[in-house]
Design a protein around this ligand. Structure first.
Ligand SMILES: CC(C)(COP(=O)(O)OP(=O)(O)OC[C@H]1O[C@@H](n2cnc3c(N)ncnc32)[C@H](O)[C@@H]1OP(=O)(O)O)[C@@H](O)C(=O)NCCC(=O)NCCS
Length: 178
């Protein structure tokens, strides 16, 4: 488990795959910036997704508010073992909780877990350029931007050029290291 001031970040299990969780994935506002918006999700599909993590180095997490035990989002570490690197993704599924700092709080803890517990050298993340909230999190988490400069599609009403960010362990854990 990963603990923050307001969140317990625990392994995502089939028992946490509620109808509410499926509804987040089918909510076009929640998946606006994600390729998940092209799919229809069901209890079966999310259970299959959770099961797909077994036997892999990847981690699938549930974000639980400590104060009330409510499941409010998910996160992933996709681990590249050979390169001691992981790409993190996050979703606060409960839209009422957007803008309250949960995303940033979880993100920084997920990065720290990657460096300190998984002993990774590099953490990456990416989002559509128009995903301002996520970009604010990358910046607040002291990640470095690597703009790739190619648009994914022509069907969005926002800039969906992918922006990628990274952080290197030593510099991130010890900001004075150059
Ligand atoms: C993107 C997401 C994770 C942000 O989480 P959050 O808990 O709402 O973000 P926070 O409250 O920690 O806010 C971080 C910063 O972004 C800003 N912000 C959040 N949502 C924003 C929005 N829609 N527009 C502009 N700014 C926004 C906050 O004001 C805050 O700014 P600050 O650094 O000046 O304080 C959340 O909106 C989400 O899960 N969205 C759907 C899934 C998704 O897009 N995931 C990212 C793909 S990896």
């Amino acid at each position: 488990m990963i603990k923050t001031a307001r969140l317990d970040i625990v392994p995502m299990t089939i028992s946490l795959a509620s109808r509410r969780y499926v509804d987040w994935l089918n909510d076009p506002e929640v998946t606006r910036f994600s390729s998940q918006r092209h799919r229809v999700h069901s209890l079966d599909s999310v259970q299959a997704f959770i099961s797909s993590f077994a036997g892999t180095p990847n981690r699938f997490w549930a974000l639980i508010v400590v104060a009330n035990g409510v499941h409010v989002g998910t996160a992933t570490h996709y681990v590249d073992v050979a390169n001691r690197s992981a790409d993190i993704g996050i979703m606060i599924g409960d839209r009422d909780l957007w803008g309250k700092g949960y995303g940033r709080e979880a993100w920084v803890a997920l990065m720290r877990y990657g460096f300190e517990t998984l002993e990774l050298e590099r953490i990456t993340g990416g989002c559509a350029s128009g995903n301002i909230g996520m970009r604010r999190i990358f910046e607040a988490a002291n990640m470095t931007a690597v703009p790739l400069g190619s648009s994914n599609s022509i069907v969005t009403d926002y800039d969906d050029t992918v922006v990628r960010y990274f952080a290197i362990k030593d510099r991130w854990l010890n900001p004075t290291v150059t």
